[in-house]
Ligand binder design. Structure first.
Ligand code: AR6
Length: 179
């Protein structure tokens, strides 16, 4: 685990399972159909219960690079933000789409005046985004956001395995080391 203070807010990197995290919002790595699936999406829907899938069906879908909010069902959060990261195909626009998925969640947090939000590592599982490329995009988007006025006091990255945690820690060291 590592914590960093950015402009009075806390950025925390931690290995764990996001379904157990108490935060105002947790972020899901969803698909554009909001249809559920494996990985963190499967874990969140299993733990949250059927009300969340019902809300997703009503919403109907979400563009890649964007996110939508639902309630959190049985989870210890107030909201789930279902973010759709890009499938990594090396077409060139993936960095913008990935940053935009994170940014939309941060904007939703501001709209709801949330104090805490927990992210998984979007796109780096089934969607194949290389970790060493995705981690700095995720972190840069959050850090830039925290450098401006914000309701957010805590931003967590809940990283499922050691390898992902290490990639984020390394990327954060580089970003904060000044470049
Ligand atoms: N908590 C935190 N992180 C997790 C958890 C968990 N419980 N479970 C897995 N991860 P992925 P994507 C990590 O595949 O690449 C789904 O089928 C995982 O180790 O969940 O954005 C959706 O329906 C990896 O580091 O999301 C979409 O179709 C990270 O979460 C598609 O996969 C993201 O892996 C989205 O793919």
């Amino acid at each position: 685990m590592s914590t960093h203070t950015i402009n009075g807010s806390t950025l925390l990197l931690q290995q764990g399972n996001i379904v157990n995290v108490q935060a105002d919002a947790i972020v899901n790595a969803a698909n554009a159909a909001l249809a559920g699936g494996g990985g963190v999406d499967g874990a969140i829907h299993r733990a949250a219960g059927p009300t969340v899938m019902r809300e997703c069906r009503q919403i109907g879908g979400c563009a890649t690079g964007s996110a939508v909010a639902t309630g959190a069902g049985n989870l210890p959060a107030r909201y789930i933000f279902h973010a759709v990261g890009p499938i990594y195909q090396d077409r060139g626009n993936e960095p913008q789409l990935l940053a935009s998925a994170y940014q939309t969640c941060l904007n939703l947090a501001e709209e709801h005046q949330l104090q805490s939000i927990a992210f998984p590592s979007l796109s780096t599982g089934a969607y194949g985004y290389p970790l060493h490329l995705a981690a700095p995009i995720a972190l840069r988007t959050v850090i830039t956001h925290l450098q401006q006025p914000t309701s957010l006091k805590q931003v967590y990255f809940i990283l499922f395995d050691q390898r992902t945690l290490q990639a984020y820690q390394q990327a954060l060291r580089k970003l904060l080391g000044g470049d």
